[in-house]
Design a protein around this ligand. Structure first.
Ligand code: TXE
Length: 480
């Protein structure tokens, strides 16, 4: 049985407790590896290593830091196939999706920040002939990075890359549900020659390892992506310690379709924004609002296209959807489908566990599901389901659809389909979200600020926003 190890002080080591957690393959429902059941003692080892590495790493010239990150990029690219298969086995997503999205993006994350640090600049403020002020941005120290299971390596590296590129050292914890690619990244970092202690990966449960990272007095900055509830718990612990926090949390994103949209482009993208990665992306458009005049046309064609989507073995490239990440999460999603029926919804397609014959019969699969007839403010339309489940709601006016779209506690992303760009600007302006896509979805420029408002989080990742998060600005004023 493959047994994962922690990566601490440049070495792959066992957890102090020498106990392990079963790691499942969602496609088969079987245990396929073991991960360390680490605790606060392992976190302390990691913090000691990171603290010891910080003085030297923080003054390592940018071009040297950049060169090491580029070596990591090259090794991720060289191991793309292996990493994609590992990601698929761990998360249940199709291999083709991990090859096309997850792993290339992990390489891009490191590449982006390996180069961004060479171009970042700070300001001076002159006071005529009195004084000159200059701003320096200094790395903070040991950063805690905690990431989720839906896009494991993609989101893990989205935090680690800017943190170490800007001169910090890191104690990181991937989700205990999808630890494998983080473990493989450890091996890549060793091969790339990342100095020991710069990155430390401690595997284990959130309530043990994650909470130990959050509460550690020598980790002054925390970057977290995960559920809103967990984000609130992290904030509860970290706020009184005045830690710097970046929280990327849940979403319940509206997909607003006006009658004057480019129908074919909209439909093709809406299939993706509804069901990509089994709907387990915080940016998925799970609430679809359609202008009434095209509601029936959209419903007919969207249902017909959705019914063609194959669900099954993630290693079979003809499958559009793979397995749901865990039995527990599958049951959560199915419970929301049951709730939708109690709330008056009609299931137009899907609506149940997909049973796949043969070696996958014990796997965790759900049919892509479309529901109509729900009130916009019912629980099914207000709470994050995080699965291949979308609802359809007609609207008559812009004012009405904005009220419904903005009605949840979340505010992460929104999609708007219209060929009238004056309308697009106006609607984008009035949507309560951190990201608005017009006539596209998940089109990403890594320079842009990424994050949400309300219960979708605090702070922004991406671009120089992330480098500024992981550094502290200091103003020095020199009398002339
Ligand atoms: O996230 P958790 P889960 C949403 C989605 C999902 C829900 C819960 O709705 O159903 O969140 O998913 C660690 N202190 N998203 O259970 O629990 C945990 O070990 C410190 C949206 O995966 O938030 C893991 O590494 N850390 C999200 C990480 O936090 C703790 C993507 C995320 O776990 C901790 C995934 C604690 N007390 C789920 N408890 C997005 N925005 O993309 C857990 N952890």
């Amino acid at each position: 049985m493959l047994t994962i190890k922690n990566y601490i002080n440049g070495e792959l080591i066992e957890p102090i407790a020498k106990s392990y957690i079963d790691n499942y393959n969602p496609a088969t429902g079987a245990v396929y590896s073991l991960i360390p059941d680490s605790d606060e003692r392992d976190v302390q080892l990691a913090v000691t290593a990171a603290t010891a590495a910080f003085p030297s790493w923080s003054i390592t010239p940018k071009n040297e830091r950049s060169a090491i990150l580029i070596r990591i990029v090259q090794l991720i690219e060289k191991n793309l196939e292996k990493l994609a298969i590992a990601e698929s086995i761990d998360n249940g997503k199709p291999v083709w999706l991990a090859k096309m999205v997850d792993i290339p993006r992990a390489a891009s994350n490191f590449h982006f920040y390996a180069t961004a640090i060479l171009h970042d600049a700070t300001e001076t403020h002159t006071m005529e002939n009195t004084a000159i002020n200059y701003t320096v941005r200094q790395p903070i120290g040991v950063a805690g990075c905690i990431s989720p299971w839906n896009l494991p390596l993609y989101l893990f590296t989205w935090k680690i890359a800017p943190a170490i590129a800007s001169g910090n050292c890191v104690v990181a914890k991937p989700s205990e549900i999808t630890p494998m690619t983080a473990f493989l990244l450890s091996e890549i970092c060793i091969e790339a020659g990342l100095p020991k202690g710069v990155l430390n990966i401690v595997h284990g449960y959130g309530h043990k390892v994650g909470s130990a990272i959050t509460a550690h007095p020598h980790i002054p900055i925390i970057s977290f992506t995960g559920g809103t509830k967990t984000g609130a718990e992290i904030a509860r612990v970290a706020a009184p310690m005045f830690k710097k926090l970046s929280l990327e949390l849940g979403g319940k994103n509206p997909n607003i379709i006006f009658a004057d949209c480019d129908f074919d482009k909209m439909l093709k993208t809406t299939i993706n924004s509804s069901f990509s990665n089994q709907g387990e992306i915080c940016l998925c458009g799970s609430r679809i609002f359609i202008e009434r005049s095209i509601y029936e046309k959209f419903k007919t064609e969207f249902v017909a296209q959705t019914k063609k989507l194959k669900v099954g073995n993630p290693a079979d490239d003809t499958n559009r959807l793979g397995a749901i990440v865990s039995k527990q999460h599958m049951e959560k999603i199915l419970s929301y489908i049951e709730l939708s029926k109690q709330e008056g919804g009609s299931i137009l397609c899907g609506g149940k566990q997909a049973l796949i014959a043969g070696e996958f019969e014990k796997g965790w699969y759900i049919e892509p599901t479309i529901i109509e007839g729900l009130a916009y403010d019912c629980r099914t339309n207000q709470e994050e389901i995080f699965g291949p489940v979308v609802t359809l709601t007609p609207f008559d006016t812009e004012e009405e659809v904005l009220k419904m779209a903005n009605s949840t506690i979340y505010g992460l992303a929104a999609t708007v389909w219209t060929e009238n760009l004056t309308k697009a600007h106006r609607v984008a302006n009035d949507l309560h979200s951190g990201i608005v896509w017009v006539n596209c979805w998940l089109l990403r420029d890594l320079r842009t600020p990424f994050g949400g408002v309300k219960s979708s989080g605090v702070g922004r990742e991406g671009g120089f926003e992330a480098l500024h998060f992981f550094t502290e600005p200091k103003n020095v004023c020199i009398k002339l």
